[in-house]
Design a protein around this ligand. Structure first.
Ligand SMILES: C[S@@+](CC[C@H](N)C(=O)[O-])C[C@H]1O[C@@H](n2cnc3c(N)ncnc32)[C@H](O)[C@@H]1O
Length: 711
């Protein structure tokens, strides 16, 4: 019997577990892991399955997965000896592995500005014209000056006045300096230096309107990088972001991307206009720093407060939860009484069962009427899914999509190029999520195409259709298409014919980009706070009597909910810190499952808010290597700066201990080592005292992980 057959057959958790142990003994770690996962799907609190899954994943060098299985085991039995010992071993393996990795991947200076494009947004041309009208009518800005021949004597006069202007400026006589500039410009309107100086002086005095009139009068060919950049600042101050972007873009390209300040200013304007409307109701704002989009508190917030809420633009189940009922479009739990009460349900007396049926929320769920392979909580979700993406990847409409749904059903296992069954999709989330990204783009492009009466989407239709995904950063180096050729080809086939003569070519670059876009931004979440059990309990509250009392005794277990991965536009702007001040929890946003960003440590106005992408209880070296491997950055957070990696190096000055010697550690946290008391004192003042006794977030960071690099 092949492994896939076993999984599709009728085996109980114990059967899978035995299978897994047997296969592990034979050295077939892939199948051992697959069986252990199947056991966990049936009994998610099976500690032996967590252990064997952890062991198999370690053997396969899928360390993150392994760590997660062990950690799940510890949530079941926090004192389990086997897990504790194997986790210590795993940490040693991880340290070795990461040591090697750090040698290969040197830490580099990081600036996210290089990852963010300055492409014109669709629709910006019209906005540009509107702003131009405002500039002309409201700010009386005319087009730039044209070259005229200026009498050399006048030129000389102008130069002299400009000198006077400089002298006045240095003496702090701004008004006199402006007057001298004006005299210079009356004599020689093409004296760029005088115009630039007057513009700067006017800006300092708050006369932005006058300043912008001067800057814009400078002929384009005479505008230096600094003038373009200065113009950008003025236009931003006037509230004209499209023009400001235009000027910063010119500064960036004229400097051949060397003027990082201009590129940063461009991104600052862009995030302000794109994210401003999203943050209006929250005490936060999105800004751009060297780590890219970053979220800052605009008001002080206390521990426990909700900083903001967010809903996903795209979502898909984690494969591990594929058999737990939930709406495929909005992630709402579809738990039935039979699923919740299990075998007990059949044994309840008829009165109890009818009370349950009466008070359990009404089941409005529907399947996709075409393929029957997706389920939705109601007709509205079914309609939205169909219109937004499903009709393109519905296995009944698109033959190539059958393999995609089979891959999902077989938890990532499929046929490789030699026809052998193996894990061809490694990430934890369903490959359907990736397909939905392209399906959403194509559906929207086709809608815009029809609206314009065309037979093919125009360039701007594609650009508009890709807009919602432009909010998510893309960063990844290796080619995943070559590591997952079967899935790459599957996606290419699915979108080779999108109906109505439209096709979407998924190139290797496109595949890699969307894959990394998902990996860098996905967050797991679920409807854990809003299941049918919650509604049932609320409904039951209204009923008094013996039956209710009886029933309440059976409502002890937490309902099993499916975990999903989602791309949340605002939440995805949160950067990571190992001393995070917010954490992500499940919530209901506009009646559908979403995320709440909850303050974990008091935050002051102006402070950046950080979440964590990883389990912050891990040692520094592992945390940093893990972040590098999964998210491509070496963490420089406050905690990483003031914790050390071991007793051989002084955490403060970087001095190496002599062979066979170890530096003593901080007596409190034991996570920093110092060569002298002086170094310890210095580090304490510089910042160690802030992070020394930090309490770590107990909420599972739930970042979606992939172990592709290990393939
Ligand atoms: C979910 S995004 C966070 C928002 C991101 N700054 C942006 O512009 O979209 C994750 C990416 O942000 C960057 N990032 C997050 N935290 C970071 C940190 N502490 N140091 C450096 N880069 C970080 C990395 O590029 C990472 O892949």
């Amino acid at each position: 019997m092949s492994e896939i057959n076993i999984i599709n057959g009728h085996c109980d958790a114990n059967g899978f577990l035995q299978n897994s142990e047997f296969l592990f003994g034979k050295g077939d770690y892939h199948k051992a892991l697959q069986n252990a996962k199947a056991a966990l799907q049936i009994e998610d609190r099976n500690i032996n399955a967590c252990i064997i899954a952890g062991r198999s994943a370690t053997k396969l060098k899928r360390f993150e997965e392994s760590y997660n299985f062990y950690r799940d085991g510890l949530t079941i039995d926090p004192k389990n000896k086997i897990i504790t010992e194997e986790l210590i071993d795993l940490q040693k393996i991880l340290l070795d592995h990461f040591d090697k990795m750090s040698l290969e991947a040197e830490e580099q200076d990081y600036n996210a500005v290089h990852l963010c494009s300055q492409e014109v947004y669709p629709g910006d041309q019209e906005l540009f014209l509107l702003e131009k009208e405002i500039l002309e009518k409201k700010y009386k800005v005319d087009s730039c000056l044209h070259s005229t021949i200026v009498d050399p004597i006048k030129k000389k006069e102008a130069a002299k006045s400009l000198m006077n202007a400089h002298t006045n400026m240095l003496a702090g006589n701004t008004d006199a300096a402006i007057r001298q500039c004006t005299i210079a410009l009356d004599a020689d309107p093409l004296n760029i230096a005088a115009r630039q100086l007057r513009a700067q002086l006017d800006q300092e005095k708050g006369n932005i309107e006058k300043s912008v009139q001067d800057v814009m009068a400078i002929p384009k060919t005479n505008r230096s990088v600094d003038i373009w950049k200065f113009g950008g600042i003025l236009l931003h101050q006037l509230g004209l972001p499209i023009h400001a972007e235009f000027w910063y873009r010119k500064a960036t390209s004229l400097s051949q991307m060397k003027d990082i300040e201009a590129a940063m200013l461009f991104q600052k304007v862009r995030v302000e206009r794109i994210y401003g409307p999203l943050t209006i109701d929250y005490p936060i704002k999105v800004d751009f720093t060297k780590y890219g989009r970053s979220i800052f508190a605009t008001k002080s917030m206390n521990k426990g407060e909700i900083a903001f809420e967010d809903k996903p633009v795209i979502l898909g189940k984690l494969l591990q939860f594929k058999d737990i009922s939930a709406c495929d479009h909005c992630a709402a739990s579809l738990l039935t009484p039979t699923e919740y009460f299990g075998d007990k349900y059949a044994e309840f007396n008829p009165a109890l069962r009818s009370l349950i049926q009466e008070k359990w929320p009404k089941d409005d769920s529907v399947k996709c009427s075409s393929c029957q392979r997706e389920v939705y909580c109601n007709a509205q979700c079914q309609k939205e899914a169909w219109e937004q993406y499903h009709q393109l990847i519905c296995p009944n409409k698109n033959v190539h999509a059958r393999a995609l749904y089979d891959l999902h059903d077989n938890a990532g296992y499929g046929s490789n190029k030699d026809g052998i069954k193996e894990e061809i999709w490694v990430p934890q989330y369903s490959p359907i999520l990736l397909a939905r990204m392209w399906a959403m783009i194509v559906m929207e492009a086709k809608r815009l195409m029809r609206q314009s009466g065309l037979t093919q989407p125009a360039v701007e239709h594609w650009a508009m259709a890709k807009m919602p995904l432009r909010k998510f950063i893309v960063f990844g180096k290796t080619s995943v298409a070559s590591k997952m050729p079967e899935v790459f080809n599957m996606m290419r086939s699915i979108f080779s014919d999108c109906g109505d003569g439209v096709k979407y070519e998924i190139t290797e670059e496109e595949f890699n980009a969307r894959y990394y876009q998902a990996t860098c931004n996905l967050q797991s979440y679920s409807s854990s706070l809003s299941t049918p059990v919650h509604v049932f309990l609320k409904n039951l509250n209204e009923v008094e009597g013996v039956a209710t009392m009886l029933l309440l005794q059976h409502i002890k277990e937490e309902p099993k909910v499916a975990t999903f991965a989602g791309m949340f536009p605002l939440h995805a702007s949160l950067n990571h810190a190992c001393d995070n001040n917010v954490e992500i929890i499940d919530g209901l946003v506009d009646g559908r499952p979403g995320v709440y960003v909850r303050v974990f440590r008091d935050v002051k106005a102006g402070e950046e808010i950080f979440t964590t992408y990883i389990d912050t209880t891990m040692p520094r070296k592992i945390r940093r290597a893990w972040l590098f491997k999964s998210f491509n950055f070496w963490c420089q957070c406050r905690r990483c700066q003031f914790e050390g990696d071991g007793p051989n190096i002084c955490t403060n000055c970087g001095k190496y201990a002599q062979e066979d010697r170890k530096f003593p550690h901080c007596g409190k946290c034991q996570k920093a080592w110092y060569c002298t008391v002086l170094c310890q004192k210095e580090a304490w003042v510089k910042g160690h005292k802030v992070i020394c006794q930090l309490q770590h977030s107990k909420v599972n960071p739930k970042a979606i992980k992939t172990d592709l690099q290990d393939r």
